[in-house]
Write a protein that binds this ligand. Structure first.
Ligand code: CP
Length: 308
């Protein structure tokens, strides 16, 4: 088996096409493992991993923890809200204290863009970025591309539109890097106020008409509005946002072809996506969550093999 070109997973920006292929091939193996009656392998019995989360999470946190346990790693979990961060401890002091308990790898979610990159320069452990502010969410993008590959056979040549709050979305940026690296055609769609000015420089098309965007694509990745990162209003009302950029069953049925619907979660049902779309046969939202465990097992396994 090959090895990754990186010692940390800080963003898709730092990976090459071979890294993604290697992660997907490794995930194929682990997907088979987690569908066996005994879902566990002893691969990482000598590795200890700390999951440190400074922001809320359901999917990413549980998925990493399960992936680590399926690989037989020792796991410790840390939530900033219940920690001595509240007493003024710095990020580096916090992590160095955790590392002095002989931890090999840190999986971190943090509200500040670049927090993982900063940590990788100051502590001796492999760092996995589980989402850093509006910057990157690399394992989400990997599991998204992996789910497209699983559903459509390949990512190369597919038309993918990412719809919604592109400006504040780490999922959008990581997906754009991952999809472009694999040869997909990418467009973004949303209110002009939520599309970054630099977006076309990433080789991405812009479409502000949702119906046109959906008629163009093979896959639509619907994003929620990142209300926790909005300090001003970017559109008049949620109702108007939904009228222009929310996907519903009537719209899907009016398209020329059947497209695949994705969403990284959490979903705001009735805002960016209606329940009859989220729960429809065209939706692969829960397949994305299932694939997240195999992808995270692959990432952790491949990074751990560089520590040993
Ligand atoms: N997709 C995702 O990152 O979800 P969580 O915030 O629940 O981890």
């Amino acid at each position: 088996m090959g090895e990754l070109s990186v010692n940390h997973l800080l963003g898709i920006k730092y990976l090459n096409e071979s890294d993604i292929e290697l992660i997907f091939e490794t995930a194929d193996h682990f997907k088979e493992v987690i569908n066996r009656s005994i879902k566990k392998v002893p691969s990482l019995r000598d590795i200890t991993i700390a999951n440190i989360f400074f922001e809320n999470s359901t999917r990413t946190r549980l998925s990493f923890e399960l992936a680590e346990k399926r690989l037989s790693a020792d796991v410790i979990n840390f939530s900033a809200g219940q920690s001595s961060v509240k007493k003024g401890e710095t990020l580096i002091d916090t992590v160095n204290n955790i590392l002095s308990m002989k931890v090999d790898m840190v999986v971190m979610r943090h509200p500040n863009p670049g927090a993982g990159i900063f940590l990788s320069k100051h502590v001796k452990a492999a760092i996995v970025n589980a989402g850093d502010g509006a910057h990157e969410h690399p394992t989400q993008a990997l599991l998204d591309s992996y789910s497209i590959r699983e559903k459509l056979g390949d990512v190369a040549g597919k038309n993918v539109v990412i719809v919604g709050d592109i400006l504040h979305s780490r999922v959008a940026l990581s997906n754009i890097f991952a999809l472009k690296l694999q040869g997909a055609n990418v467009k973004v769609c949303g209110p002009k106020t939520l599309l970054p000015k630099y977006i076309e420089s990433l080789g991405v098309g812009v479409e502000t008409n949702l119906k046109k965007a959906l008629n163009w694509c093979d896959v639509a990745n619907m994003l929620r509005i990142q209300n926790e990162r909005l300090d001003i209003s970017y559109f008049p009302t949620t109702r108007e946002y939904t009228q222009q950029f929310g996907v519903n069953k009537a719209m899907l049925n009016s398209l020329d072809k059947e497209i695949v619907i994705m969403h990284p979660g959490p979903i705001n049902r009735g805002v960016e996506i209606t329940s009859d779309v989220a729960d429809s046969k065209q939706s692969i939202i829960l397949n994305q969550v299932e694939n997240g465990v195999a992808i995270r097992m692959a990432v952790i396994y491949l990074l751990a093999s560089k520590i040993k």
